[in-house]
Design a protein around this ligand. Sequence first.
Ligand code: ADP
Length: 169
Amino acid sequence: MRTVIYPGSFDPVTNGHLDVIQRAARLFDRVIVAVANNDGKQPLFTLEERRQLVARVTRTLANVETDSFDGLLIDYARARRADAIIRGLRAVSDFEFEFQLALINRRLNEAVETIFVMPREAYTFLSSRIVKEICRLGGDVSAFVPAPVLHALERKFGRPHARRARLRE
Ligand code: ADP
C-alpha cells in the first residue's frame, strides 16, 4: 500500500489544489491531504474550517483522506508511514522554494521521497492568496474554487455585489 501526503495551508482549497489531489489519487493507493497549522501565517479560515472544506471537496475520491498537522512535516510523514510527499509546481516562481524544501526533507529523512506534479495549464496562475484578494475586492472567483469553498468565501466576505458596493462607499 503506497501512501502519499499532500501538505499545505489550503486557505482555502482551490481548483489547482484539487487538480494535484486528483493526480495523486491516480498514482497512489492512499492520499492524505494534510492541512498545516502554521503559526507563521495568518489564515482566513481556521484549521478546522480548512480541513473540513478539503474533506467536502474530496468526498467522491475514495482513497483520499484529510488530516491536520503541527510541527515538522517529515515527523508527520514518518508517523503516518508515508512513502512520499507530493507538491504542486506552478511556475518557475515555485521552484526555488520547493527545491529547497524537498532537499531539506530528504536530509531529515532519506526514506520519504518528494514528488512534484504540474497542474493543468488553466490553474498555473491560481493561488489561495489571489483567490482571497479577488474575493475581498468583490470579484467573481467561481471559476477558481469548488462550490462549497465559494459559499464559505461568501460567508466570510459577503456576496460580490455587496462587497463592491461596500468598497464604493
Ligand atoms: P503552502 O502554505 O505550503 O504554500 P498552499 O496551500 O499554498 O500551501 O499550497 C500547497 C501546495 O499546493 C504547494 O506545493 C503549492 O505549490 C501547491 N499549489 C497551490 N496552488 C496550486 C495550483 N494552482 N496548481 C498546482 N499546485 C498548487
